[in-house]
Design a protein around this ligand. Sequence first.
Ligand SMILES: NC(=O)c1ccc[n+]([C@@H]2O[C@H](COP(=O)([O-])OP(=O)(O)OC[C@H]3O[C@@H](n4cnc5c(N)ncnc54)[C@H](O)[C@@H]3O)[C@@H](O)[C@H]2O)c1
Length: 469
Amino acid sequence: MSNQSFLADVNEMFDVAATRCDLPEGLAEKIKVCNATYVTRFGVRLRGRMHTFTGWRAVHSTHSRPAKGGIRFAPDADQDEVEALAALMTYKCALVRLPFGGSKGALKIDPADWNETELEKITRRFAQELMAHEFLSSATNVPAPDMGTGELNMMWIADEYRRARPQDINALGCVTGKPVGGGGIEGRTEATGRGVQYAIREFFRHPADRARAGFQSETLAGLACVVQGLGNVGFHAAKFLSQEDGVRIVTVIERTGVVRNPDGLDIDALKAHLVQTGSVEGFAGGAVSLPDMGALGDECDILIPAAAEGAITAENAAAIKAALIVEAANGPTTKAADTILRQAGKIILPDLFANAGGVVVSYFEWVKNLSHIPFGLMERRLEEDEHRLLARSLEQMTGRDFPSEHAGFLEARSEIALVRSGLDDIMRAAYRRMSALWNRPDGAYPDLRTAAYVLAIDEVAQAYKAIGL
Ligand SMILES: NC(=O)c1ccc[n+]([C@@H]2O[C@H](COP(=O)([O-])OP(=O)(O)OC[C@H]3O[C@@H](n4cnc5c(N)ncnc54)[C@H](O)[C@@H]3O)[C@@H](O)[C@H]2O)c1
């Protein structure tokens, strides 16, 4: 799928949903279009000569600030892709009710072509460009990791910003997904995969919804699952589902090949092999074959595309056996494939919802950076002001009320426990809202994707209506 058709698909899905929203004339168009895209071409002196890199930062919406969204390093990145991904960020944040607009960035680069020192230089230089044009700060635009980037890149960006703007007391909040020792938050690295697990668990808690996919029981144990992409998102989703819920990961589809084991793959071992050798070839814990997208059609209950957009197309959709498709990647299903799958009775947990875990925990990290207080509650007597601050940020995170009177002690809970329960609450609440629309007796919301878009559009529209637009 070309990046142009990815953008067209996102806009078409938006249009389908917008007709179901009660919007003043012209507002749908305003919400749909991308506000601004910054393009930069910068040079870095490497290996004895100047290399020119092209990067983008798209700001789809600033109905709420800062605008939030990852930065990806990929050789096939372009402006259409970045704008489509930025739009998805707007809708995703709105769906799970985070106070962020949507943004996305990319650098046209294959990270495998460069060593760590070189990548550091390139990342820092990109950060300087973003900063110089006000596309980086805790108040305006906050990147995070995405394909091809991770916590090291985020740390370099934060460090570059902090050096350039030493007066900014909220400097660390200019980017999320940092290492814990560098101002990050526990549980961010695995947050998107963790959110995928929570999304699936919540779907299975709804008897009528799971029955639509032919699942009778709430338990996931023994179900077979195919995962495409064993990167950050795919690895963590597969690891948690297999190790904690007893799901059998029967097939992993990677760039370098397909690995199958009907009894369930050892995901930690496969990932270790992949990291060590750079390939799935030679892995002893399963049958390894050549790269083959046809494996998306392997026999299974759940399919998790967790690689890139456009994996499921009109050409391969009809072959998919899974009853439930969980979009861990952004835009893995083309619009045409979506129609084929729905006609075949498949249920899709849409990307807006299924992979929102990353930005939810990024929000916790940003709140932690801005509040300048530890995120976990400690077993100690808290000052009254400190208590009030904590109660307020907990309310923001969980949507629950916390007592504002000073109780002297707060329950001891670790940062990771808070992150997990906050993420779980938010994923559950978002699913319940989607499910309620999907199950309306009039059938006005035929699938979860339409329901998700409608909820997101309504949320953004409310922000515009509130300021009188
Ligand atoms: N990292 C996050 O927090 C996050 C959050 C939300 C959404 N996402 C989305 O999840 C997807 C994956 O992101 P990630 O951060 O895990 O990236 P990553 O770079 O860590 O991993 C991607 C993996 O997919 C594999 N892959 C790429 N193309 C493939 C193909 N055609 N067939 C099979 N395997 C292929 C790669 O080899 C790699 O192992 C992207 O769509 C991204 O936008 C990521």
